[in-house]
Ligand binder design. Structure first.
Ligand SMILES: [Mn+2]
Length: 427
């Protein structure tokens, strides 16, 4: 399934006059505020978010999984799906592989296929949260933290294998998320579990090529409900620091207890030069993995406000961040859902670029609390969608990707090509 550029152009032509009308209005508004629309559009065009290979099929809950039809059955088709999203949005120029769900059989052919779609390989993700067939030791009671050295070694070896696969594909980073934890008090010696994990991570880190980065993800609970070995940013940061300069903390928006101030975490981690990457999603209660920005768009904006400030004021030389959508799709068409997520991310980014940071700093100094809020909300309540659409159009994408996707019956074509009953591996 390949989207024809000429179809996108024809689609844009039909929708152009309405777009121009909206863009013109916004341009005049921004002019008055002294904001340069061209610069914002330019930055939006450059912003690329990785799509994980496990997010292209319909996910399930503990209770059921309802296939949508035409799901990708193998890595090649997953790459094709990201290709569709990228062709329409021009902002999903990377794919993040999950090992062992998506081990390339023919690395060169996979690289070629990705590059045909204009895609590169982002961080590779290891998996020690479930047992694979023919695996010698079980991870039931932990992986990098396990009491048994042989289990820890097996988990370390798996991570090193993931790095080898990533090297062959041109990836430059590995993301480690551990499901290690306990559900009952007394089950772990906290100190030993922490030390084992720390030592295991250090071993993986030391085997990384010099130009690779390691991202350490944290999560407060789930799959275990009493304790997790890396429950929060503080633990992740201390482990990253103990590993070395190329180890960073990775923030997954869903991996926080309710009402955690994620924007503050982002600000401080960037100031310390230890924020490595981001997993985008949205949630109401826990790690719900819902469409980005669909429930808490203001929080997403506030996070981007800190990101934009951090990228502008980068005294600590924080590494360029790795962006990825980490969501699961149970109800919607995964491709539509991912396009909605990309849109939400770009909207929040554009709004954050509208924040008058000079004025904000001034009123902060004066402790003018009312005006601090006014400045933030002025930016947040600006409808920046024409800028996002313009950026997409200039890069060769569709003005309205979901409109195009529906009108051109992309899902129907995928079902025709791949069948109704295929199920993708993934969450
Ligand atoms: Mn994640």
């Amino acid at each position: 399934m390949v989207i024809n550029q000429s179809d996108i152009e024809a689609w844009n032509e039909r929708n152009l006059s309405y777009h121009k009308e909206k863009l013109g209005c916004l341009d005049r508004q921004l002019d008055k505020l002294g904001k340069d629309a061209t610069d914002i559009v330019d930055r939006l065009q450059k912003f690329q978010v990785a799509i994980p290979s496990w997010a292209l099929g319909v996910g399930g809950t503990r209770f059921g999984r309802y296939s949508i039809g035409g799901e990708p059955a193998n890595l090649e088709e997953k790459i094709d799906d990201v290709g569709v999203i990228h062709a329409l949005t021009q902002s999903a120029g990377a794919i993040s592989l999950h090992i062992p769900w998506d081990i390339p059989k023919d690395t060169n052919a996979i690289k070629q296929r990705a590059s045909d779609h204009g895609l590169v390989f982002d961080a590779v993700n290891s998996n020690t949260f479930q047992d694979q067939q023919h695996q010698k030791h079980s991870y039931k009671f932990g992986s990098l933290c396990h009491t048994d050295k042989a289990v820890r070694q097996q988990a370390i070896d798996h991570n090193l294998e993931v790095v080898e696969i990533g090297k062959a594909l041109g990836s430059k980073s590995i993301t480690v998320w551990l499901a290690d934890g306990t559900s009952f008090p007394g089950q772990h010696n906290f100190r030993k579990a922490h030390q084992h994990t720390q030592n295991s991570l250090r071993e993986i880190y030391q085997a990384l090529p010099d130009d690779w980065r390691m991202f350490i993800e944290y999560k407060p609970y789930e799959p275990y409900f009493y304790s997790m070995v890396i429950p929060d940013w503080g633990t992740s940061l201390s482990m990253a620091e103990a590993c070395g300069k190329n180890a960073y903390t990775l923030v997954d928006l869903g991996h926080h207890l309710p009402n955690t101030n994620i924007e503050q975490i982002v600000a401080v981690m960037m100031m310390k030069g230890k924020l490595g990457g981001f997993h985008f999603n949205d949630s109401k209660y826990g790690d719900d993995d819902l469409t980005v920005g669909n429930i808490k768009p203001y929080q997403l904006f506030l996070i981007f406000n800190e990101l934009v400030y951090g990228m502008k004021n980068n005294e600590s030389n924080n590494t360029p961040l790795a962006w990825m959508i980490d969501a699961s799709h149970n109800l919607k068409d995964p491709l539509e859902d991912l396009m909605q997520s990309l849109e939400a991310i770009l909207i929040a980014y554009a709004q954050a670029m509208l924040v008058d940071s000079v004025a904000l700093e001034k009123v902060q100094m004066e402790n003018d609390v009312t005006y601090c809020q006014e400045i933030l909300q002025d930016a947040f309540r600006t409808d920046v969608r024409p800028l996002v659409a313009e950026a997409r159009k200039l890069s060769g994408g569709a003005l309205n990707p979901i409109g195009f996707y529906r009108k051109n019956g992309v899902r129907q074509q995928l079902i025709q090509e791949r069948g109704k009953d295929v199920k993708a591996t993934g969450l």
